[in-house]
Ligand binder design. Structure first.
Ligand SMILES: [Zn+2]
Length: 109
């Protein structure tokens, strides 16, 4: 049986984070400390940058990852963990949210 492609909604420009509003920007290139990546969380500006050239589902995955960074920072938990610990939690939450969203989109479409 062929699987119908899911239609992922547009990335929101603003989301409500744990510690207040977060601006989401789609940009041509995302760099963190000179290294190109899919997205980044800027705690000083309360904004997330996402690569505008990535497939929509991957933009959502990256958004969930970066929003988890924001929640870890807002809670103070991020500072208690190693970088690897922060990244592992962000990847786990991104995977969970993508699966939840896939299931929701599959029932809606
Ligand atoms: Zn990360």
């Amino acid at each position: 049986m062929a699987t119908k492609a899911l239609r992922w909604p547009a990335i929101p420009r603003h989301v409500e984070g744990m510690g207040g509003p977060i601006r989401v920007k789609l940009v041509r290139r995302v760099r963190v400390e000179g290294v190109e990546c899919w997205g980044s969380w800027h705690s000083d500006r309360r904004s997330v940058s996402l690569d505008c050239g990535a497939p929509r589902e991957h933009q959502w995955r990256t958004l969930f990852h970066e929003l988890t960074h924001s929640a870890l920072d807002d809670s103070g938990l991020g500072a208690q963990l190693s970088e690897a610990g922060n990244e592992a939690i962000c990847e786990a939450m991104a995977s969970l949210h993508v699966r939840l969203m896939r299931a929701r989109l599959a029932t809606e479409q």
